[in-house]
Design a protein around this ligand. Structure first.
Ligand code: PXP
Length: 263
């Protein structure tokens, strides 16, 4: 399974002081040395972390494939059509959110997404659609012409947190807290089953299947057991660990977990 390292939060730290330190560009050399397979970045409409110049510099300097997550905003699409990353991942975006909440609604934006796909395909940029583990969205992704889907693992990751972790810092963002533990367990198991079924359906339709959001060093095992998933995009947990262990070690630790075949 391949690892895309999401480097947004290196830029988040830089923006805390609005200076050029730490520089996300430096991360691409360390990620390559550590064995990562891809660099992932989200160019948000509000430019809260990654900026246009980061994308430009990183595309020019990287010997790893670059996957840029973005909304379907016309200005962002225009900019990325000029910068030509290897892949774009279309995601929903909402200004108030802390991080991407939920997957893309393909049916609601069908024509726009179809036009964007055609434009990127004409410059040989592959397109992935970030969607919930939902069979209707998978079928729509195939029909609209995507070649890759990235399954949103956020609900699974939240349920894992609620079941297995100390909740003190996360309670505010989690919705099903009032549920008794047995119901949480049921929801948790259902979230894994949805990911399994969606991955299977997507692969059957000829789509490549990636996954990401909220994945960390403690919740990977059920995801690693889904054979159709070829790639994980992971950011926050790697950058958080990097503060204490260094980025190269944090990436190597994640790769070691990914290479360990769970029973
Ligand atoms: N994949 C997509 C499409 C995302 O939007 C994000 C968050 O930017 C990630 C993966 C990485 O999520 P996390 O930072 O929670 O690992």
């Amino acid at each position: 399974m391949l690892l895309g390292v999401n480097i947004d939060h290196i830029a988040t730290l830089r923006e805390a002081r609005a200076i050029n330190d730490p520089d996300p560009l430096e991360a691409i050399f360390i990620a390559k040395r550590a064995g990562a397979h891809q660099i992932t970045m989200h160019l948000r409409e509000d430019r809260r972390h990654i900026h246009d110049l980061d994308i430009q510099n990183i595309i020019q300097s990287s010997f790893l494939p670059i996957n840029v997550e973005c909304s379907i905003n016309p200005q962002i699409i225009e900019l990325l059509l000029n910068l030509k990353p290897q892949r774009v991942t279309l995601v929903p975006e909402n200004r108030e959110e802390i991080t991407t909440e939920g997957g893309l609604d393909i049916q609601a934006n069908y024509q726009k997404i179809q036009e964007i796909l055609q434009a990127f395909h004409s410059i040989n940029t592959e397109v992935s659609l970030f969607i919930d583990a939902d069979i209707e969205q998978i079928c729509a992704a195939k029909e609209v012409g995507a070649e890759i889907v990235e399954l949103h693992t956020g609900s699974y990751a939240n349920l894992h947190l609620m079941l297995f972790s100390n909740l003190s810092r996360t309670q505010h963002s989690l919705k099903s807290l009032e549920l008794p533990r047995a119901s949480l367990k049921e929801l948790y198991e259902k979230s894994i089953q949805n990911l399994q079924n969606s991955a299977k359906e997507a692969k059957w339709l000829g789509l490549e299947v990636a996954a990401g959001h909220g994945l960390n060093y403690t919740n990977l095992t059920p995801i690693l057991k889904i054979p159709e998933i070829f790639e994980l995009n992971i950011g926050q947990s790697i950058i958080a660990r990097a503060i204490f262990s260094g980025l190269e070690q944090a990436i190597k630790d994640m790769l070691a977990l990914m290479q360990h075949k769970p029973n």
